[in-house]
Ligand binder design. Structure first.
Ligand code: RIB
Ligand code: CA
Length: 315
């Protein structure tokens, strides 16, 4: 007997890896995706909202509510990552202009209204981009903090360091003030830092297995990955690139494939040198209270088998 599907809002800055997270959620009966909220990050908001809608089209889900949110961080100038994701943010496949409509409501209002209207403790939020929308929602409606079931986010780094600076991972670096407010909100957080996502590599064998599925979606995903991974292959000399964002949705479906520990996590917002660094007390030396379950490892083969199997269920 399957458990009740988990209600989920994905907050995202697509992004090829964001796309796979969204598609995994859409293809999985364990997930009831209530809506997709978009934020400026990998590319400007005008592109991330279009990309989210293109991904829904690809999955044959023009019914999925997609919302546009913050077009810049709380305080800082937007930093983007076209060098990784391409000019459109979803380079690789040639996807047509989106049919899935953009909702009129602001993403932050959708988050607030959904958390207030759904039963308390039932809705998960999976931020896989900068945390600006989440911080804005908590500022506008502090009452929702106690009603959110959990936040399952991709961002930060522990022993792995950073990927946009030596100390900071991109999602946190873009809006460290937002990250600091989210990590201080008292909401249960599961954190997927670079330490685990860099073990989820899109090797040629894994990408070929996805393509071999032969569906429109699987072929488009293979084309996304082959574009997305070139940056990390050049940078790290690796076979493939890290498939960051789907670690969040996969953990919701198969937490047994992941391992980690409860830690204190603080965000550096003052230092010029280490702004956006996630200071993760993995060895429990600070005495500061635990505010996140930090994931450090995964069953990478199981992860890609899950993604490949689930993508095969889409058109
Ligand atoms: O650092 C990796 C993260 O930044 C991923 O979420 C990727 O999509 C980019 O947003
Ligand atoms: Ca992302």
């Amino acid at each position: 007997m399957m458990a009740t599907p988990q209600k989920l809002i994905i907050d995202t800055d697509p992004g090829q890896d964001d796309a796979v997270a969204i598609l995994l959620a859409l293809a999985s009966p364990e997930i009831d995706l209530l809506g997709i909220t978009t934020v400026a990050g990998n590319v400007p908001l005008a592109l991330t909202e279009v990309n989210a809608r293109k991904i829904c089209d690809l999955a044959g889900r023009q019914d999925m509510p997609v919302f546009a949110g913050a077009d810049r961080p709380l305080e800082r100038k937007l930093v983007t990552a076209e060098h990784v994701h391409g000019r459109t943010g979803l380079d690789g496949p040639d996807l047509p202009d989106p049919v899935t409509p953009l909702q009129d409501r602001h993403a932050v209002d959708f988050i607030i209204q959904t958390i207030r209207s759904e039963p308390a403790g039932r809705v998960t939020i999976a931020p896989v981009g900068p945390l600006t929308n989440i911080a804005l929602a908590l500022r506008k409606a502090p009452d929702i903090a106690s009603r959110i079931k959990q936040i399952v986010m991709m961002g930060g780094g522990c022993f792995e360091g950073g990927n946009i600076t030596p100390a900071a991972e991109f999602n946190i670096y873009v809006d460290p003030e937002a990250a600091a407010e989210v990590f201080a909100a008292g909401i249960p957080i599961t954190m997927m830092p670079l330490d685990v996502t860099h073990k989820a590599m899109t090797t040629a064998v894994r990408t070929d297995a996805i393509r071999a599925t032969g569906t429109r979606t699987a072929i488009a995903v293979a084309e996304m990955l082959e574009f997305f991974e070139r940056f990390d292959e050049e940078k790290y000399g690796s076979d493939g690139g890290p498939l960051h964002d789907p670690c969040t949705v996969a953990w919701m479906i198969r937490p047994d494939m992941f391992s980690g520990r409860h830690c204190n996590v603080e965000i550096e917002t003052q230092s010029q040198l280490t702004t956006g660094m996630t200071v993760i007390d993995w060895w429990q030396v600070s005495g500061r209270p635990h505010n996140a379950f930090v994931v450090g490892d995964l069953d990478a083969d199981g992860f890609f088998t899950l993604i490949t199997e689930r993508l095969a269920k889409l058109p």
